[in-house]
Design a binder for this molecule. Structure first.
Ligand SMILES: [Zn+2]
Length: 229
C-alpha cells in the first residue's frame, strides 16, 4: 500500500509538451490545491515550436519562466525532441530520454524518475530501454477508464483524458469510493486542447469537483505511484 498520508484515494494530473497555456493551467491547479506532473521536451522550449489547432496557434514556451510557472508540481521527461521512440535506434532512444532528463534536472534543480511516452508510442524494446535508463514510471495514452492502481508502472495508463465523455460519473465514483484497496484518479491531457477546444470552463469544473476533500490525497504522479514518503 502506498503512503498517501494514511489516505486510500489519490488524485493526480499529467500534462504534456510545455505549452504557453500551461501558465493558465498551473495557475488553476494552484488555486484548487491540485498537483500535476508536467512532461517536458527540453529541445523544443521556444515559441517557434508551434502549430495551429482549430484555428488557434499553439506555442511552446521559453524555459526562462518555467521554474516559477511549474513551482510545486513535478517535472518529468517527454523526450528532448518529442520523438516516437519506437522509430529510433537503441542509442537514439537513450539519448532522447537521458539528455532530456539531464537538461530538465539542470533547469529545475530536481531529480527526475518519471516520464510520459511522446505520441503514447512504446514497444517491448523501448520499455526495456526505459527501465535500463532508470525510469520508474511512464505514462502511456492507453486510458484505463477505471480507478485501479496500475500493475505495471512503466506502461501505466491514466484513468482518463479530460475530454472523456464519462469523466463526471468517474469523478463521482471516485469521490464515493469507500472500499479497502487504493483508488487512483489520474487525469491527463494538453493545455493547448483546452485553449483550442475552448473548454477551460470544463477543466475548471473538473478541478472544482475534485478539490477540497479531506479523505483524498492530492499528489504528483511520482507521489501517487511511488508513494509520498
Ligand atoms: Zn506530447
Amino acid at each position: 500500500m502506498k503512503n498517501w498520508n494514511g489516505k486510500k484515494k489519490a488524485v493526480t494530473f499529467s500534462y504534456d509538451d510545455g505549452i504557453e497555456s500551461d501558465r493558465k493551467l498551473a495557475d488553476m491547479f494552484n488555486r484548487y490545491g491540485l498537483k500535476c506532473t508536467f512532461n517536458l521536451n527540453s529541445g523544443l522550449m521556444t515559441p517557434e515550436s508551434c502549430w495551429e489547432r482549430n484555428g488557434v496557434m499553439i506555442r511552446r514556451m521559453y524555459p526562462d519562466d518555467m521554474p516559477e510557472i511549474y513551482k510545486g508540481h513535478e517535472i518529468a521527461v517527454h523526450g528532448v525532441m518529442h520523438e516516437d521512440l519506437t522509430k529510433l535506434t537503441d542509442e537514439e532512444v537513450i539519448r532522447e530520454l537521458l539528455d532530456d532528463k539531464a537538461a530538465l534536472e539542470k533547469l529545475f534543480g530536481c531529480s527526475i524518475e518519471g516520464m510520459a511516452y511522446a505520441w503514447g508510442a512504446y514497444d517491448d524494446r523501448v520499455v526495456r530501454l526505459v527501465r535500463e535508463c532508470g525510469f520508474r514510471y511512464s505514462r502511456t495514452c492507453n486510458d484505463r477508464h477505471d480507478l485501479k492502481f496500475p500493475e505495471e508502472l512503466l506502461t501505466y495508463g491514466a484513468s482518463c483524458h479530460h475530454n472523456y465523455e464519462n469523466i463526471f460519473p468517474l469523478i463521482d465514483e471516485f469521490l464515493a469510493y469507500d472500499e479497502d484497496g487504493p483508488a487512483v484518479l489520474c487525469i491527463w491531457g494538453h493545455s493547448y486542447e483546452l485553449e483550442s477546444d475552448h473548454n477551460w470552463d470544463h477543466m475548471e469544473e473538473i478541478c472544482r469537483r475534485i478539490s477540497g476533500h479531506p479523505d483524498v490525497f492530492y499528489g504528483t504522479n511520482k507521489e501517487v505511484y511511488l508513494g509520498a514518503d
